[in-house]
Design a protein around this ligand. Sequence first.
Ligand code: BV8
Length: 243
Amino acid sequence: MRNKTIIVLTGAGISVESGLATFRDAGGLWCGHRIEDVATPEAFGRDPKRVHEFYNLRRAQLKDAAPNAAHLALAKLAARWQGRFFLITQNVDDLHERAQTLHPPAIGYQLFHMHGELNKARCQASEEIIDWRDDLTVATPCPCCGKPGSLRPHIVWFGEMPLHMEFFAKIFPECDLFMSIGTSGNVYPAAGFVREVRALSRSHTVELNLEPSLVNSLFAEKIYGPAGEIVPRYVERILAGEV
Ligand code: BV8
């Protein structure tokens, strides 16, 4: 497998052991909100104050979270991998970045937030993306155009096109190992990536999750348990040339 191309897809489950809630383990409620009330463009148009408060809460929670053993194991692999290593996350937290500061990545590593980032805001007038780690409100003046209310969270909401999709279509054919970690297989297009990789490449596919996802049957290998335990073990197997 050495010098081959690895593609990893992560979801909310990889951040659970860092104390961040998933989307569906709370019985469909997400920090007390229904997804359609806080994570759609319509919700933002209808009640921007409520949506800002939802993301302000999660941005604040993120400050108290730290990367866990699963994030660190992937960072260690990315630091030592001689081939190309693409980490695609559905998560909007910055725990992969923070893990990578402890293990500076090798040249072939790229990280993609396909659903945006909590610590970024976007001007709705200019589309400019701005680092943003504090609260956002409807009165916050936009640094680029000065207009209050022009900033939105740089998050891909339901019904919006995820980021970097054209690039992903280019790398799927060269994949040799596709790892899906901590995702339920509920949300598309991410849940369909394993099907695309299988159709376009001869990649080995492995699902590492607490429990079988909705697309578990599409994976050649399945390993279940807490990410903080199963991901470091799997990374050691890759580095030992056993995968
Ligand atoms: C799109 C940012 C099309 C928000 C997110 C109507 C109109 C348009 C689209 C649709 C539609 N109806 C359906 C769709 C498609 C829709 C979709 O898939 N809906 C689902 C709910 C049916 N998708 C979209 O809308 C996407 N856009 O399709 O655009 C389009 C086409 C052309 C032109 C324009 C548009 C956009 C989807 C992105 C939405 N934004 N996030 C925010 O974060 O605030 S998605 C959100 O769900 C998160 O990113 C999250 O990561 C993602 C997926 O969830 P998971 O990560 O899998 O989390 P989940 O809780 O589900 O599962 C956690 C898993 O971890 C579980 O399996 C659990 O067992 C496991 N776990 C728990 N603990 C651990 C663990 N595993 C390991 N260790 C542990 N300790």
